[in-house]
Design a protein around this ligand. Structure first.
Ligand code: IMP
Length: 426
């Protein structure tokens, strides 16, 4: 048995893509199990830069199977254009790709519905990526308006269900928003029939496939999207995504039981970022926050939005780590902190005068939490060439030791730059 999982411990964008890319060649199968084209990461491979959103990193590697498992929500148009784009860049892109027939499909009314709902919430808007992710998962949970990948392949029943769903969606959305333009189910049907033809060769029962793969000793790599604090059940609800984006989602999203996974790697940035709304106790609204944004190029891969930046929050990240049951930490973008006189890590919250290391379950409480910082000396030396811990200045090592102590987990990987080689394996 050999399965590894890579999961984000913060609010997403922890640079998981780099670690997944590093680990991919040591595996036979790479599995995406939740989220959709709200995710985005950049991978450098054979001198080219690729932007992946729905496709697992395995797609760039010959002989490695990429699986888009049951818990993912699939926008077929986005999926196929990503595949075409990568093929255009790299003609030898592997065809070893499987999409779960149980995965749910994003349809145009999901985007329309999300636009209406976010508009209605005004200043309380979640600040979603507007990709129809939450509205598709809503229909999945509701069951009556859901379409799965397997349904696309049965034209007659798909047509019937689509007509009835589109009629109801038009009624509801028209009532919520007088400016809503009704959608035409025939047009959607024709468009999605075209996608179905193209997707067909990849559609499979990925759950059975993964069970067989485990039995025959294949090595699996699970690639999490977003981060643990955006988890629908355990994150900063309602400012979360609509899937189980902590380690808890691996099993429900892929159908692979927990005991089949032997190594959980938790990915965290050396600081914290967040896109969209919701409380963020260590957020910096000053020059240091702007500096982190500029040096770390903290702008969304999917939406281009500037990310909110702040100090590393060991209370929030530690909670993410415990949720996901991680064995070791990968600390990313350590080089971004170079040049700061001092660096801070939030080791506790002060809530109503009480000091706590528990992560609050209510956003109203979290938004009153004042961070209690451990202040450490910074470093000025360029660390982007460091390849061993010993190459790092003493202050940077002390920073990592403190992270490890506060998160009660060993740091096994440190990233000091975007390239593969700019990695310290401890
Ligand atoms: P949704 O996933 O589009 O519904 O957005 C819900 C929340 O999750 C918003 O705050 C988004 O900014 C955030 N989010 C979704 N995907 C990502 C991601 O890949 N990285 C960081 N934040 C994300």
């Amino acid at each position: 048995m050999s399965a590894t999982s890579v999961v984000g411990l913060q609010w997403g964008d922890e640079a998981k893509g780099k670690i997944v890319d590093l680990l991919t060649p040591q595996h036979d199968i790479v599995v995406r199990y939740q989220g959709g084209n709200n995710a985005g990461h950049t991978v450098k491979f054979n001198g080219q830069t690729y932007k992946l959103s729905l496709l697992p990193a395995g797609i760039l590697h010959d002989g490695i199977v990429s699986v888009v498992a049951t818990g993912v929500v699939i926008n077929p148009q986005a999926f196929l254009s990503e595949l075409d784009g990568i093929r255009g860049q790299n003609g030898s892109v592997t065809n070893d790709l499987l999409i779960s027939d149980r995965a749910h499909v994003i349809l145009p009314y999901h985007m329309a519905e999300e636009a209406v709902l976010e508009r209605i919430r005004k200043s309380d808007a979640i600040g979603t990526t507007m990709r129809g992710i939450g509205t598709c998962y809503r229909d999945k949970a509701g069951r009556t308006h859901a379409i799965r990948v397997g349904d696309l392949l049965h034209a007659d029943t798909f047509r019937q269900r689509l007509d009835s769903i589109v009629e109801q969606k038009n009624t509801i959305l028209g009532a919520l928003d007088p400016s809503y333009e009704p959608l035409d189910s025939s047009q959607i049907f024709d468009e999605y029939q075209g996608y179905a033809e193209r997707l067909k060769p990849y559609v499979a029962d990925t759950t059975s496939y993964l069970h067989r793969a485990i039995k025959s000793g294949k090595k699996l790599l699970f690639e999490g999207a977003q981060g643990s604090l955006l988890d629908l059940d355990h994150g900063t609800f309602p400012f979360v995504t609509s899937s189980s984006s902590s380690g808890c989602g691996i099993h429900s999203g892929s159908g692979v039981p927990e005991r089949a996974i032997d190594r959980m790697i938790g990915i965290a940035k050396a600081y914290t970022t967040r896109v969209g709304g919701g409380p963020f106790p260590t957020e910096l609204h000053d020059d240091i926050g702007q500096r982190i944004r500029d040096v770390g190029n903290e702008y969304g891969t999917v939406t281009g939005r500037p990310r909110r930046c702040g100090w590393l929050d060991a209370v929030a990240t530690g909670y993410g780590a415990r949720l996901s049951g991680i064995d070791c930490l990968a600390i990313m973008l350590l080089d971004v902190l170079t040049g700061l006189e001092e660096v801070k890590i939030c080791e506790a919250y002060d809530i109503d005068g009480e000091r706590t290391t528990d992560f609050p379950s209510q956003v109203e409480t979290l938004s009153t939490a004042k961070p209690v910082y451990r202040v450490l000396p910074g470093w000025n030396e360029d660390i982007t060439g460091a390849r061993r811990l010993e190459d790092l200045p003493q202050e940077a090592r002390r920073y990592l030791d403190t992270v490890s102590e506060l998160l009660e987990t060993p740091v096994e990987i440190v990233s000091v730059g975007p390239d593969r080689e700019q990695t310290i394996l401890v």
